[in-house]
Design a binder for this molecule. Structure first.
Ligand SMILES: O=c1[nH]c(NC[C@H](O)[C@H](O)[C@H](O)CO)c([N+](=O)[O-])c(=O)[nH]1
Length: 151
């Protein structure tokens, strides 16, 4: 049996990050967790692009993926269920958009948009208890390594 999986090697890996500024109290934490992860795994080339909100993530993720410059694209956002219906609309569209960008471009695009009921739930995922940004960055690193093996 031959099992193929990606390591977590950082050298030579180029990462593009798209982060939403909406709910930046949370997304700034996700970003610092992701940057900490890449730093500690020896990733030297990381570009960060900021967009207004999560809804704008797929378009910019597409630009980065299609540029051919990156081994993986990490998207980071926080969709908080306010009183608005916006929550479901934004969350669903972003998930669909990110998935199709990855399939269309052939570049791993990691869905790092947390969808939470309220800020407290968000803080439990963005640094207080665990940092989803670090975890999603690990997925980006693993996929970057895996795709090199599958070439
Ligand atoms: O990133 C988010 N954007 C949100 N809306 C903004 C949206 O992403 C777009 O920036 C906006 O609709 C302009 O296109 C959110 N809510 O409205 O709830 C949210 O919780 N998170």
């Amino acid at each position: 049996v031959r099992i193929v999986e990606g390591e977590f090697k950082g050298e030579g890996v180029k990462i593009g990050i798209v982060v939403a500024r909406f709910n930046d109290l949370l997304t700034d934490e996700l970003l610092s967790g992701a940057l900490d992860c890449f730093e500690r795994h020896g990733v030297e080339e990381v570009d960060v692009v900021k967009v207004p909100g999560s809804f704008e993530i797929p378009l910019v993720a597409k630009k980065l993926a299609e540029s051919g410059k990156y081994d993986a694209v990490l998207t980071l956002g926080a969709v908080v269920r306010g009183e608005t219906k916006h929550f479901d609309l934004v969350a669903n569209e972003v998930a669909k958009g990110v998935a199709s960008v990855s399939l269309q471009s052939g570049v791993p695009v990691i869905f790092g948009v947390i969808t939470v009921e309220d800020e407290l739930q968000g803080f439990n995922r963005a640094g207080v208890k665990s940092n989803k940004g670090f975890e999603y960055a690990m997925a980006a690193l693993e996929m970057a390594n895996l795709m090199r093996k599958l070439k």
